[in-house]
Ligand binder design. Structure first.
Ligand code: CDP
Ligand code: CDP
Length: 213
């Protein structure tokens, strides 16, 4: 790789963006940040302190946490994901987490970040941007089977309703809503295996880099 490369990967819940971002990080030897974990950490703090996620000042008071919290498996639950999408709509919460993400993106060797606003807000000058999507039903099937494997008894309809509610909140908020950047390549993983989705992602990144060279 001739120069530091920044890759932005965005998309809705269970689109496969995390799996793809981790595979790209391995392929290109880049450090990776799952930015959803930052919002999940704020949400976990709000829940622990029994605060109201809809109150901006309560959520802002929970934005100061060590990186070590990001390794906590407790952040990955659906309840934390739901509360994360509530706290993430507050402009002051987004502002509190902004520099941490920009610093990660701008480290000298390059980086890969996945989330909702990487290509639009965090790294608008990224060398390559992907927007990963899949139909809501397929995303709900993926999440449902993950939950069942983890021994969590929940209906498919409940998971689908949660996915739709989260999509709606993330796409409709006024500050940094989830959307495909104008220069992002669209990758629909609905009918792709993980392996095929990763190969397609690498091909799209290579095409973007070649086009900019
Ligand atoms: O990060 P995000 O929430 O977008 O999704 P993920 O955690 O990468 O993927 C959600 C689930 O879908 C995982 O269980 C993946 O193994 C699965 N997946 C899949 O079945 N097919 C793909 N092409 C990509 C992911
Ligand atoms: O893995 P999954 O796609 O289910 O969720 P996540 O990426 O961990 O994100 C959890 C929540 O954090 C999302 O529903 C968004 O509301 C918020 N988020 C955000 O607003 N901006 C980001 N860059 C990443 C996540």
């Amino acid at each position: 790789m001739a120069q530091p490369m920044i890759i932005a990967v965005d998309g809705p819940a269970a689109s496969g963006k995390g799996t793809i971002a981790r595979a790209l990080a391995r392929h290109y030897g880049l450090p990776h940040l799952d930015t959803g974990l930052l919002y999940r950490a704020v949400a976990a703090n709000v829940l622990r302190e029994e605060l109201d996620p809809a109150v901006e000042a309560d959520a802002v008071a929970c934005c100061d946490f060590p990186d070590s919290l990001l390794d906590d498996p407790g952040l990955r639950t659906d309840e934390v994901g739901k509360v994360a999408s509530i706290v993430s709509a507050h402009p002051l919460v987004r502002a509190a987490l902004l520099q941490r993400q920009k610093r990660f993106a701008q480290q000298p060797g390059g980086a890969i970040l996945d989330g909702r606003d990487i290509g639009t807000v965090i790294a608008p000058d990224a060398n390559a941007k992907l927007f990963v999507k899949a139909t809501p039903r397929i995303r709900a099937q993926r999440r449902h089977s993950e939950l069942r494997k983890a021994g969590i008894d929940v209906t498919f309809d409940r998971v689908l309703a949660d996915i739709r509610a989260r999509d709606d909140r993330d796409a409709k908020r006024t500050d940094a809503p989830m959307r495909q950047a104008a220069d992002a390549a669209l990758l629909d993983t609905s009918f792709l295996s993980i392996e095929a989705a990763v190969q397609r992602a690498i091909a799209l990144v290579e095409a973007r880099i070649a086009a900019k060279a």
